[in-house]
Design a protein around this ligand. Structure first.
Ligand code: GLC
Length: 554
């Protein structure tokens, strides 16, 4: 029954589990997760039935932006382990048939990177400064920044250095942007890709993939207006900073390196671009895959899901890449919480949810039960779709956002740089609960680096292992069935699809039906192998997904 893709295409319909290493498992008792922690949990990862892991950055870093401020791209942060630990982790994961994808952060280094230190010590106009984006300021004494560009984390995107010049940082000041017009920068990243590929990395998640090519011709261009919350990014191509066509020349070079390996390495672009611009990132001559964040941005609403699925599958078919599905990651409010909000247009978009949480904290209006129920239904729907699915650690436990971390303990530069008006992303990065009755819920022997709430207890791995109705059990069963039923990358919409119900069939007869509510509806004919909630009286109740096959399971 199982239809395994060719070895080189392992990623096309892979389920990839994102590990945020500092919050996954701690092996040395310092309250920060590490590679040793991941090694100790390889059996758990294998038990999930995933095809690959993607590790957020584990490189040496001051952790100003959770490790996305990299000091050295070819080493492991001593707090997280050593290169030998990376090798052991990779060998153990490979031994269980799990591929390893790592995060590469090419838009910016940290301000502690040897290159930036050199640039700071070097004079204006020097080759060392040319690896970054240094400019003179405006005004008679150059005291005004070179342009009014804002950083994505709030505040200006330029910081002044003692000799009077300014450098560009689209994120925190500790994350200076690299100059990708520099051949040296390009070659160095090619060397980094080879370094990790030689060590066994199977693929790369490319951070801010749409930001590397910039138009820095003088005078610097003003930025077009940002879209309103809930709206799609603008169809760019001519924006001075984002999604410029030249960025694909860079990925064409990366592809040459990827193809020197067997199987070829794969890249997945984190590119927050208009959907029509996504295929170029996912081209076989480029990175190969690009995140599709449309489901993540959609409200829990039948019509929105239908549109997102239809559009993305059509896109994928037209361009030859497989699509990717994401409901949660380390940058957004967990989907169980997004779906727990009071019904309101566009509230589910992660930006709006965060704003809502900021103003409401843990208000009783947050209906956790409903959020969990919908999250389970959404996950089962996502896992039945053609293409690859990216899961984020903790979603398999049904974790919600931790919305009430005291301000003094928040770490995210988005919170700090916005003067507290942006809640930040710490609420989805709280260390995982492994056991209900151990210090820091079995994450570490010390207190976790972000505080874990008491309600993590019953959501820990260990009690869920013993509960066949748990979310963990649902994920495991879903992945087992998915592997068995895996089919060609297409689906057929069934006549049951209407304004309340989504119903489709994959080649081979695997059907998925989701009721977005509010009334229970009849189930299609066949054998139900899995459902996200109980099915009273043989009906599909509100906010529930079921998987159905034409015959009894073997
Ligand atoms: C990406 C990462 C995010 C990080 C930012 C800057 O969006 O996912 O966590 O803060 O890039 O590197």
């Amino acid at each position: 029954m199982s239809r395994r893709p060719a070895a080189a295409d392992w990623w096309r319909q892979a389920v990839v589990y994102q590990i945020y290493p500092r919050s996954f498992a701690d092996s040395d008792g310092d309250g920060v997760g590490d590679l040793g922690g991941i090694i100790s949990r390889v059996p758990y990862l294998a038990s999930l039935g995933i095809d690959a892991v993607w590790l957020s950055p584990f490189y040496p870093s001051a952790r100003v932006d959770g490790g996305y401020d990299v000091d050295d791209y070819r080493d492991v942060d001593p707090q997280l382990g050593t290169l030998a630990d990376f090798d052991e982790m990779t060998a153990r994961l490979h031994g269980c048939g799990i591929k390893v994808m790592i995060d590469i952060v090419p838009n910016h280094t940290s301000d502690r990177h040897a290159w930036f230190r050199e640039a700071m010590a070097a004079p204006k106009g020097s080759p060392a400064r040319d690896r970054y984006i240094f400019r003179d300021g405006q005004g008679p004494d150059g005291a005004q920044p070179p342009s009014d560009w804002p950083s994505s984390f709030g505040g200006p995107a330029w910081t002044r250095v003692p000799d009077g010049q300014w450098y560009l940082h689209m994120f925190a000041a500790e994350q200076p942007d690299l100059n990708w017009a520099s051949r040296e920068v390009r070659d160095d990243f090619l060397a980094t890709l080879r370094f990790w590929s030689d060590r066994g990395a199977d693929g790369f998640r490319v951070d801010v993939a749409h930001g590397l090519a910039k138009n820095l011709a003088e005078p610097l261009q003003p930025l077009p207006a940002e879209p309103d919350p809930g709206e799609q990014p603008v169809r760019h191509g001519a924006h001075p900073l984002w999604d410029r066509d030249e960025v694909h020349d860079i990925y064409a070079e990366w592809r040459q390196v990827f193809n020197q390996y067997d199987p070829p390495r794969i890249g997945v672009a984190e590119a927050w671009v208009h959907p029509s611009r996504r295929p170029r990132y996912a081209s076989p001559d480029g990175l190969g895959q690009a995140f599709n964040f449309d489901l993540l941005e959609a409200n829990w609403e039948c019509g929105e899901f239908l549109r997102v699925i239809t559009d993305n599958l059509a896109d994928a078919q037209q361009h030859g890449a497989s699509t990717t599905w994401v409901l949660s990651n380390h940058d957004v409010v967990r989907h169980a919480t997004r779906y727990a909000l009071p019904a309101q247009d566009h509230l589910s978009s992660t930006r709006n949810t965060r704003a809502w949480l900021l103003s409401n904290g843990t208000s009783p209006e947050l209906d956790r039960g409903l959020g969990t129920r919908r999250a389970r239904a959404a996950t089962l729907l996502m896992l039945a779709l053609p293409g690859s699915a990216y899961l984020y650690q903790g979603e398999e436990l049904g974790l919600h956002e931790v919305a009430d971390i005291p301000a003094g303990l928040l770490q995210d530069p988005a919170f700090l740089r916005s003067g507290g008006t942006e809640k930040g992303r710490d609420g989805c990065r709280v260390p995982l609960p492994w056991a209900s009755d151990r210090p820091s819920f079995g994450f570490s022997t010390a207190a976790a680096h972000l505080p874990q709430p008491a309600w993590f207890g019953p959501l820990s791995v260990e009690p869920q292992e013993h509960d066949p109705a748990s979310t963990l059990a649902l994920y495991r069963q879903a992945l087992r069935w998915r592997a068995k039923l895996q089919a060609a990358e297409s689906l057929e919409w069934m006549p049951g699809t209407n304004g309340q119900v989504l119903h489709f069939r994959r080649p081979g007869g695997w059907q998925c039906v989701t009721n977005f509510g509010p009334r229970a509806v009849p189930l299609p004919r066949g054998t139900v192998v899995l459902a996200s909630s109980p099915l009273p009286e043989g009906l599909l109740p509100a906010d529930t997904t079921a998987w159905i096959i034409p015959h009894a399971p073997q």
